[in-house]
Design a protein around this ligand. Structure first.
Ligand code: ADP
Length: 303
């Protein structure tokens, strides 16, 4: 038995989604999935090579995780894919276009980036900050339309920051700011979403909420998502494919089961991990093991 309130709520959501789709169509932004191809990519900071010969294809509408130890080049790879850094050699194709051939605005209409740090130097409210996501769709005009406001409201609702709309971004907690940054990226209506450690400031409940939302964007709207993860278990739970960086290249690329094996994880992160079975999902579970406490734990197990 469905109560009247639930029915009314469901109807509201359907109408809202229809309005949202209509507004998208009216702007000529029919959702379209985009494949990303990285061909023999190498990147240097000065004379120092960060990675070389990275080649992979990220399927349209898939969720891919980039993992690897600190300094392996994960953020650098993400920035090359976004066209923010120019590789020493190789290329990144967004669909049929070489990212280096596109203008900044053209890229911003396709790709939204949620960086690791969200430094905001002006006193924007959350709503104004999320509205910045609409800029690539406006050329030189900064005038907001009703459609922009709807898209921004929806992005804030989806990321749980609607109640913070009037608060200054500079006065938010790290987790609230991270969700506002994701809302801004969604307001951009990208076909490709690049996230650098999207859950690093989030509590466990918000980690699941945000990754469920992003996973849904891939499945339902065909968005192609690449996220950098430190938490291998979240990456294994949510991602279709994992890129494991290490040793100056993308060492492995494949399903979580193919990439997150004991041997491969140890070879990249060192021997302080054990790979087991996830108790709930058909996925690997990577457990850190302390050198100090492992003897104590084993002693407890034996009792
Ligand atoms: P990860 O995201 O895997 O931790 P990064 O891509 O941030 O690694 O960095 C890769 C390497 O490049 C690191 O050794 C880092 O110190 C170096 N690096 C990052 N940014 C710069 C920069 N602007 N100038 C010089 N070296 C940098």
């Amino acid at each position: 038995m469905v109560c009247a309130f639930c029915r009314a709520h469901a109807r509201f959501l359907i109408l809202w989604d229809r309005a949202f789709l209509t507004s998208k169509r009216s702007m000529g932004c029919e959702a379209m999935s985009i494949e990303i191809r990285v061909d023999s990519l190498s990147f240097l900071y000065g004379a120092r090579t960060v990675f070389s010969d990275v080649s992979l294809t990220v399927e349209a509408g898939s969720f891919t995780g980039v993992v690897g130890p600190n300094g392996a080049g994960k953020t650098t790879l993400l920035k090359c894919i976004a066209g923010l850094l120019r590789p020493a050699s190789g290329r990144v194709m967004l669909g049929d276009d070489d990212v280096s051939s596109l203008s900044r605005t053209a890229v911003a209409k396709i790709v939204a980036v949620v960086p690791q740090d969200h430094h905001v130097h002006f006193d924007f409210t959350v709503e104004e900050f999320v509205m910045l996501g609409r800029l690539p769709h406006h050329g030189r005009s900064l005038r907001q339309t009703g459609c922009d406001r709807e898209i921004v409201a929806r992005a804030m609702a989806l990321t749980g920051v609607a109640s913070l709309a009037d608060r200054y971004v500079t006065a938010l907690s790290g987790g609230e700011r991270q969700r506002a940054a994701i809302a801004r990226a969604l307001a951009q209506e990208p076909q490709v979403l690049l996230l650098d450690e999207p859950t690093s400031h989030l509590d466990i409940g918000h980690q699941v909420d945000v990754l469920d939302l992003i996973g849904g964007m891939c499945e339902d709207e065909g968005m192609t998502v690449i996220g950098v993860f430190h938490d291998l278990n979240l990456a294994a739970m949510y991602c279709d494919q994992i890129i494991m960086m290490g040793g100056g290249t993308a060492r492995w690329y494949g399903s979580p089961r193919e990439v997150l094996t004991q041997e491969r994880v140890v070879s990249v992160y060192g021997d302080r991990v054990v790979v087991d079975e996830h108790p709930v999902y058909d996925a690997p579970l990577v457990v850190p093991v302390s050198r100090r406490s492992s003897r104590k734990q084993m002693a407890l197990t034996r009792q």
